[in-house]
Write a protein that binds this ligand. Structure first.
Ligand SMILES: Cc1cc2nc3c(=O)[nH]c(=O)nc-3n(C[C@H](O)[C@H](O)[C@H](O)COP(=O)(O)OP(=O)(O)OC[C@H]3O[C@@H](n4cnc5c(N)ncnc54)[C@H](O)[C@@H]3O)c2cc1C
Length: 399
């Protein structure tokens, strides 16, 4: 491809897809943009699904990212409810047989809720707006909820259910929840949010089998049953439609640091599905975070139009649980030490107000805060440049 493409087809009408289309226009792209989405809904925001939409605080209309009038204004040819089934050289094929020929493609198909072997069809998952409606409906009359997986979505749903006085049991295979995302010290603080919120958290729990619509047996012989069962064990990249393309889809879509798909000129990938080259670690890395999808979309749109691109900003993630906002800036996976900056949760004190720093050697690589947005903001600018431990601890000591 030389110069700007004439037609960009964006496959996946979630956050990464719509942001890419919008950013293409913002970058001055004058050509044709098609946006293809498997779901019947216009692009919507997922974080509120397990928060304000589930609790009923927000009407679903509030999470629409781009409605029809704005799609028209932007000149985006949107096709919803029609999944892509194949990517050929120079064309995307849709389930209804339509072929969209183009000279640039953006893969933004996200992840699907991962399912466990033997998982009953009646078990709830939470990935889409329709999943949220189904769960909301089930919880309306439930007295008990069993959640398999103490991930962020599971913990948020647990909090929402406890607020309605529903008895909640959460099963976690690891000894400490959130270990992979936050490490064991901070994972233990998150575990306290669950237990202090009245959740029966069973760690080290090995699921033996599902025994009915909403009951399970654990490997230690325990039988658990509840009115509603939610399985929240992460996501699997939506890649089936790329079969036959030659793209190595063993862990997402492999891309360089501008989102260009390896070995496939004219194709980019953004969001949860995309494994971008990580300049820090040197390997590829998929980030299932809202800000990553948004930041990547801006880079990809500029790269498509041939404009300069800046490196991705420092990663950021948040979760709302039991009335507290958990915020994470940076890369805890790079750290070897965690030190408290404010608050005493790491020593068993109150969780709210606690801020901790992750260091790799002498350098700051991440900051986590619990209900402390102002304090997190104070350290945020220090994470990107990897400030020294001395500088960070001096700032903490200043109050
Ligand atoms: C319940 C929930 C809560 C979350 N909370 C937070 C949070 O608090 N903080 C945070 O940072 N992140 C959160 N996230 C993660 C965040 O929403 C995602 O990282 C973000 O949506 C990723 O955007 P995406 O475009 O890659 O994928 P998505 O937004 O999932 O969009 C992908 C779209 O592609 C469509 N698609 C799939 N296959 C095809 C196909 N073959 N053809 C056409 N379309 C297809 C899908 O239907 C979907 O609409 C949450 C996610 C969920 C599910």
């Amino acid at each position: 491809m030389t110069g700007q493409p004439q037609h960009v087809v964006v496959v996946g009408a979630g956050l990464g897809g719509i942001r890419t289309a919008e950013q293409l226009r913002a970058a001055g792209f004058q050509g044709k943009i098609s946006l293809v989405g498997a779901e019947p809904h216009p692009p919507y925001d997922r974080p509120p699904l397990s928060k304000q939409v589930l609790t009923g605080e927000w009407a679903p209309e509030r999470i629409v990212l781009c409605g029809k009038p704005r799609l028209d204004d932007l000149g985006i040819d949107a096709r919803f409810g029609e999944p892509a089934v194949a990517l050929h050289d120079g064309a995307v094929e849709l389930a209804d047989g339509a072929r969209l020929t183009a000279d640039a493609f953006v893969i933004a198909t996200g992840v699907a809720a991962r399912r466990l072997p033997g998982q009953p069809g009646t078990a709830h998952v939470l990935r889409t707006l329709d999943d949220t409606f189904a769960l909301q409906n089930a919880l309306a009359t439930a007295r008990s909820l069993l959640i398999v997986g103490a991930g962020f979505v599971g913990a948020e749903v647990a909090g929402a259910a406890r607020a309605r006085d529903i008895t909640v049991t959460v099963l976690e295979a690891m000894p400490v929840p959130f270990t992979r995302a936050l490490g064991p010290e901070i994972g233990a603080v998150c575990a306290r949010l669950l237990t202090e919120g009245g959740v029966d958290l069973r760690t080290g729990a090995r699921l033996e089998r599902f025994t009915g619509e909403s009951s399970v047996d654990l490997a230690d012989g325990t039988h658990l049953t509840a009115d509603v069962l939610l399985v929240g064990v992460g996501g699997t990249p939506e890649l089936g439609w790329l079969a036959g393309t030659g793209i190595d889809t063993s862990d997402g879509v492999p891309c360089d640091a501008r989102g260009r798909v390896e070995g496939r000129p004219g194709t980019w990938a953004v969001g949860d599905v995309a494994a971008w080259a990580d300049p820090v670690r040197g390997h590829r890395h998929r980030a299932e975070h809202w800000t990553s999808a948004t930041d990547q979309a801006a880079v990809v749109a500029r790269d498509i139009v041939g404009a300069d691109t800046a490196p991705l900003p420092t990663p950021y993630f948040w979760s709302d649980q039991f009335g507290l906002k958990i915020q994470l800036v940076g890369r805890p996976d790079l750290a070897d030490t965690v030190l408290p900056l404010h608050g005493t949760a790491l020593d068993g004190g109150p969780v709210k107000g606690t801020v901790a720093a992750y260091f790799a050697g002498e350098h700051l690589v991440a900051v986590v805060g619990f209900g402390a947005p102002r304090l997190v903001a104070r350290y945020r600018r220090l994470v990107g440049p990897q400030a020294t431990r001395t500088e960070v601890m001096a700032l903490a000591a200043a109050g």
